[in-house]
Every structure is written in structure tokens, then in C-alpha cells.
Ligand binder design. Structure first.
Ligand SMILES: *Cc1c(COP(=O)(O)O)cnc(C)c1O
Length: 388
């Protein structure tokens, strides 16, 4: 289906809403019935229509259908956060005694789920370096049920060969799940590469305005139905109508935003790469990136988020640098209109800082929609503070 059609028109039944161009916000918890037979039918099949907004809601459904189409999936569910999408999806697919293979260093709340929550229910996880397919084979047991991927990841951008891992999973009857928040379906289509379920934090690029937390999972109807009937309804973390409306609004400009972000990011990276204080830039579509060829093969683009390793500098100097940036907000998250900086050193104790460890000298940047020249001037000024 054509991208601009999906974003601008798919699932918008305007004739039902007084011919309004923008969709209404169905701010209702409940839906009523005239006939017992209809109520009974809906109670037996909540996915067949509207009953109660913890399940389906018309505004959220417009978004749901668009996001499924963007992923090239049969169906999707939209959640109140990316973390809820991860939680419900994984929980729906495993049971006690199952084994999971997860890429190392996934998104922190996915890590917590696999490392701290699932073991309490008899589900064990092996974390593997996903850059080599043989690591998946070495970790496989007769009980391996699920493979969890994130390509690229959002700190060092390590990739997995999605097509190869998906084929390997199919051969061994393992379900594959991939977090595609970084690329979005505009730049990478995991389902077309054979991945069973594709997750995204819609908080990031899909909404793109730093004002909503949301998440999505897309895949085959059979899987989506299973997630809906138990975990989605039980956890009760479906997206709220107003938030769905905001994400629909953000989605209208997704391709334009990614295009502008890609241009801005390329200019800032070009500047940083030649800066004396920068040891390395980590960005999947930079020719110096260790998995550049794979990135070119499976991704159509990349933008916004990248990391740099500074040349050896004290923790004081790194902290000063971050605090002296005037046009980058120091914050987690990414994917909005505003540029951000996040020092890896903030995730470790100050006393544990090791100047020899390149990871401790890592700064993650997100380049937003500001004028790149304006950002580069700010960076140039702040980086100079490392010289004395
Ligand atoms: C932010 C993020 C999530 C979690 O999404 P929330 O909407 O914050 O719950 C999951 N995966 C990745 C890669 C993320 O960056």
C-alpha cells in the first residue's frame, strides 16, 4: 500500500464523522447495545467491534490500522507505551519452561523483563551478541521459543541480520520479535524480512513531538489476536483516545520529519567526525561503522540518533561539556523535534568512571529539527572546553 495514502487517508471513514477532515476523538469509556444478542456476540468476540475502550476504541483503531499497514502486517495493537507493547507481546508468547534468546544490551525495560521478571515465572533468557548468527545457534536449546531482537540498538547501534535470523528462527520453529523503534517502517521493514512481530516505541519518531508515550506491535492476525484477548485486555495499557489522536497527527509528517532529520544529522556528523576531540562516531550509515554493509542492505535510511566516543577526557570535563551545550537539552528519549544529549557517564557512578574505557566517554546525541549550523556552532564552542 502506498505510504502517503496510508498516512493521509487509510481507515479514515470521514463520511461517518460529519465529513470532518480530522478524525474525532472518541473520548468514551463505554459503548451501548440495543439488543442482548448483539451484546452477547460482542462479549464473545471483543475484537469484532466496540464494547469498552480498554479493548478497542474508534480513534485508536484508525491509528491501529495505519500502523499495521505501515509495517506491511495483517494487524497491530497500539499501547500506552512501548514498554507495555514489549511486556504484553513477550508475555503472550512464553510459558514456564520456555527459553528466550535476546540480543545483548536491548532497551533497558526489555532487559528488565527478561533478566528480572520472567525468571520468576520459569522463563530463562540467554543474552547473545547478535552481530553473528552462530551465536543464536550456540544459545539454542530444545526449549527455545522466542528470539528478541533490536536492530539497531539505541546506544551503539549494533545490528542483527534480520533476514538471516528470521530464516533461522523459522527453521527451528521459534517466534521472532524485533524492536524497530530506531528505523520505523519508513527505513526498515522487519516483517517483510520474515520477522514475526515488529515492535516500536511510538513515543519516538511515529509521534515525533515529545508529547505522548505510546507503543505498537504489528504482526499476523493470529498472534495479535492472542495478545489482545489476554495480555492487552488484562494489563489494560491500550492507548487512550486523545493520545491516539495526537499520534495520528504526528504521523502525518513522519516522512517529512525523517527526511529533514536525516539531512541535519548528516551535517552534524560530518562536523564531529573531523573534530580533534572526537575519537569515533557511531552511526549505522557511516562508512566507518563496523556493520555498514549490513546496514546498507537492510535499512533504507537512518537519522537523528547517534553516539560519539570522546578522546580521553576527565569526568569533570565531560560533565562540563554536556552542561555547557545551549541548544541541546540533556535528556533521555529521542525522536522529537528538539536536539538532545545524553552522556553514558550519567548511567554509571562518578567514582566508577574509567577514562580508559571508551564506553564511559560516550555521548549520545539526538539531532532534531533545528538549523544544523546553529547546532554545530554550539557543539564547536562546547567541545573547545576540552582543550584546556
Ligand atoms: C523508548 C524505547 C522503548 C520504550 O518505549 P516507551 O514508549 O518509552 O515505553 C523501547 N525500545 C526502544 C528502542 C526505545 O528507544
Amino acid at each position: 500500500m502506498e505510504l502517503s495514502f496510508i498516512i493521509n487517508h487509510l481507515a479514515e471513514e470521514r463520511e461517518k464523522y460529519c465529513d470532518a477532515v480530522a478524525p474525532p476523538i472518541f473520548q468514551t469509556s463505554n459503548f451501548y447495545f440495543e439488543r442482548v444478542a448483539d451484546l452477547r456476540e460482542r462479549l464473545n468476540n471483543e475484537m469484532g467491534g466496540y464494547l469498552y475502550s480498554r479493548g478497542l476504541n474508534p480513534t485508536a483503531d484508525i491509528l491501529r490500522r495505519k500502523l499495521a499497514a505501515l509495517d506491511g502486517a495483517e494487524d497491530a495493537l497500539v499501547f500506552n507505551s512501548g514498554a507495555a507493547a514489549i511486556f504484553c507481546t513477550v508475555l503472550a508468547l512464553v510459558k514456564a519452561g520456555d527459553h528466550v534468546i535476546c540480543v545483548e544490551n536491548p532497551y533497558v525495560w526489555a532487559q528488565r523483563l527478561f533478566a528480572d521478571i520472567l525468571p520468576r515465572f520459569g522463563v530463562a533468557t540467554t543474552f547473545v551478541d547478535g552481530t553473528h548468527i552462530q551465536n543464536f545457534e550456540e544459545a539454542r536449546t530444545p526449549h527455545t521459543r522466542l528470539v528478541y531482537l533490536e536492530s539497531p540498538n539505541s546506544w551503539d547501534f549494533a545490528l542483527q541480520d534480520l533476514k538471516a535470523v528470521a530464516e533461522w528462527c523459522k527453521r527451528h520453529n521459534i517466534i521472532s520479535v524485533a524492536d524497530n523503534s530506531y528505523c520505523t517502517p519508513i527505513y526498515q521493514k522487519p516483517i517483510e524480512m520474515g520477522i514475526d512481530l515488529c515492535l516500536q516505541s511510538a513515543t519516538k519518531y511515529l509521534n515525533g513531538h515529545s508529547d505522548v508515550i505510546a507503543g505498537v506491535v504489528a504482526g499476523k492476525s493470529q498472534h495479535i489476536r492472542k495478545i489482545f484477548h489476554l495480555e492487552y485486555l488484562t494489563v489494560g495499557s491500550g492507548i487512550q483516545p486523545f493520545n491516539a489522536w495526537l499520534v495520528l497527527r504526528g504521523l502525518r509528517t513522519l516522512p517529512l520529519r525523517l527526511e529533514a532529520l536525516s539531512r541535519n544529522t548528516a551535517q552534524v556528523i560530518e562536523f564531529l567526525q573531523h573534530h580533534w576531540a572526537v575519537e569515533r562516531v557511531l552511526f549505522p550509515l557511516d562508512p566507518s561503522f563496523p556493520q555498514y554493509d549490513l546496514a546498507r542492505r537492510q535499512m533504507r535510511g537512518a537519522c537523528g540518533l547517534f553516539s560519539i566516543i570522546l578522546k580521553p577526557a576527565s569526568i569533570e570535563k565531560i560533565e562540563n561539556l554536556c552542561e555547557s551545550l545551549q541548544h541541546f537539552l540533556m535528556a533521555v528519549s529521542w525522536g522529537g523535534h528538539e536536539s538532545l544529549v545524553l552522556p553514558k557517564a550519567a548511567t554509571i557512578g562518578r567514582e566508577a568512571f574509567d577514562i580508559e574505557n571508551p564506553e564511559h566517554r560516550m555521548l549520545r546525541f539526538y539531532i532534531g529539527l533545528e538549523e544544523p549550523k546553529f547546532l554545530i556552532d554550539d557543539l564547536a564552542r562546547a567541545l573547545e572546553s576540552l582543550s584546556d
